[in-house]
Design a binder for this molecule. Structure first.
Ligand code: AMP
Ligand code: MG
Length: 513
């Protein structure tokens, strides 16, 4: 399919934003650079009308951060807007084109098959943010899909994105979830829903690949210029801003994946179309958090070979960045061989970058403020001691703060063979002894680096089934509130810090379609 170039909706909306003669109607101060500057990179499109929009979740805190009129949006009108039934003033809805490597195989055309970018707003800190509807009906990129989303996966993306944000991990966020009042058909009929998602941008490695694969170099360059303007404007001063862009992407993704590893997050479908150039976690489908530490953990039912297993995530990010570098090659140097050499230098540095980010985070988790050469070993050895001992990853790190204060029993007791912990902890205590930090201050810092609460799989499932099967959002709200403060003890919710009881069997996730 050829991407259509015309965009009358954007021009219309420009006129409208200049003349807001109905101020109560203006909920969003849209300023749509993607629509305006990247003609040919998308298809202007309208959302499907749905039967009975009902707002089931609205993120007031995020609405306020975005400078939106939260009261105006937390309403029936808000439900219509977030369902796609009403196009808000200034919006220029569009489906973005992108390609991607899915499980290693290149698909030259994917694109927004069930998503529409409504537009961009500047948040309270002046940062540009995309506002997007997910599940808003078929687009020219839908292929065999129906363009819809079911309530369960919509709420899952809402909850896990918000949890990641509270954990301090860059992520897209959820502004709203609406029920459409229409069924979607998967294995069975399920309630249909639309998620409103907010992102620094939705530009992916796959967005570059779409144009690079067609040999449309001028467009690759326009996209790179756009990304530099939007995300990395300081690069414009550099001799080769495109090389700078590749470096930035490497650094952002290294930091991102290190953050995932620190909390036991498994994305599950790290295809290049699900890798945002901004460095945010995007596209929560079959993702889940690991309970007991096992580097081979895979939750996704379609990841039969474990390509996206927990321990593979840094390697896959590296691989994806090599694909990004390939898409940028023509911009890096006029001479192909030199371009390859320059790209390789940058991409080959990824493992070191990643290790640096990972180790910095691990030092904080282990209570270390200074740096010693052997810290890498100390950190890996803790994980090695956990592996094979059925140790809950989150609890082990959380209990370390108490262990540092001399209360080691709860942590020891997590190990099926506590001698594995005893052996390691000798080295750890000797290492702590070389730090000047006061013990209480250290323990406090450790509790800020090691969450008590992650979205436990069984809790997520409980919350989603209450909402989907019984229209009961109380468990969802409880869980969402707990996960908004993952580093606080919240003793009244201690049970939510625990992994699923043994015997619940292996957790399986499915792609969020
Ligand atoms: P994902 O695996 O969700 O990241 O999506 C991969 C591709 O499939 C993207 O192009 C999506 O837009 C498309 N897609 C996923 N689900 C649907 C659906 N229900 N209808 C249409 N397209 C879809
Ligand atoms: Mg995707």
């Amino acid at each position: 399919m050829k991407v259509v170039i015309t965009n009358p909706a954007a021009q219309e909306s420009d006129k409208r934003t200049q003349a807001p003669n109905n101020p109560t109607a203006l909920c969003f101060a849209f300023d749509n650079t993607y629509a305006r500057e990247l003609d040919g990179f998308y298809v202007s499109w309208k959302a499907a009308q749905v039967a009975r929009p009902r707002l089931v979740k609205f993120n007031r805190e995020l609405a306020e951060e975005l400078g939106l009129d939260a009261d105006a949006l937390d309403s029936e009108r808000g439900a219509r807007i977030f369902a796609g039934n009403e196009i808000p003033e200034g919006a220029a809805p569009l489906a973005q084109a992108y390609a991607g490597h899915q499980f290693g195989g290149f698909v030259p055309q994917l694109g927004d098959g069930r998503v529409l970018l409504l537009g961009e707003v500047a948040d309270r800190s002046g940062q540009r943010r995309d506002i997007q509807l997910k599940g808003s009906g078929p687009t020219p990129f839908s292929r065999a899909g129906d363009g819809r989303a079911a309530l369960g996966p919509v709420l899952r993306e809402y909850l896990i994105g918000e949890a990641m944000h509270a954990l301090g991990i860059p992520t897209t966020r959820a502004l709203a979830a609406v029920l459409t009042g229409e069924p979607v058909f998967r294995q069975t009929a399920l309630p249909g829903a639309v998620l409103t998602r907010v992102a620094a941008s939705h530009i992916r490695v796959g967005t570059f690949q779409f144009f690079a694969a067609r040999g449309e170099q001028a467009k690759v360059q326009r996209l790179a210029d756009y990304v530099i303007d939007r995300h990395y404007p300081e690069l414009k001063e550099q001799a080769n801003p495109y090389l700078g862009l590749l470096e930035r992407a490497c650094d952002k993704l290294a930091a991102l994946v290190a953050g995932w590893m620190h909390v036991g997050f498994i994305h599950g479908v790290m295809n290049t179309d699900n890798m945002a150039i901004s460095g945010e976690t995007i596209d929560y489908g079959p993702c889940a958090f690991m309970d007991h530490y096992d580097p081979a953990t895979v939750f996704s039912s379609i990841d039969t070979h474990g390509r996206y297993a927990y321990a593979n995530q840094p390697k896959i990010a590296h691989w994806n960045l090599a694909r990004f570098a390939e898409a940028l090659l023509a911009l890096l140097d006029a001479d192909r061989n030199r371009a390859v050499a320059r790209a390789s230098d940058v991409v080959n540095n990824f493992p070191q970058l990643y290790e640096r980010h990972w180790l910095n985070g691990m030092r904080a988790k282990l209570g270390l403020l200074t740096k010693e050469e052997a810290d890498l070993n100390l950190a890996t050895e803790f994980l090695t001691a956990m592996a094979g001992n059925k140790v809950d990853h989150t609890l082990a790190f959380r209990y370390l703060a108490n262990a540092a204060l001399g209360d080691e029993e709860p942590l020891r007791a997590l190990f099926s063979d506590p001698s594995a912990y005893d052996l390691w902890s000798q080295y750890w205590r000797a290492r702590l002894a070389r730090e000047a930090t006061a013990p209480l201050e250290r323990a406090r810092a450790m509790r800020r680096a090691n969450p008590a609460f992650i979205p436990r799989n069984h809790r997520v499932e409980e919350a989603l089934s209450a909402a989907v099967e019984r229209d009961d959002y109380a468990p969802f709200d409880t869980l969402l509130n707990i996960l908004a403060h993952p580093f606080d003890d919240q003793p009244e919710f201690a049970a939510f810090a625990e992994p699923a009881p043994d015997g619940q069997g292996c957790y399986r996730t499915f792609c969020g379609t």
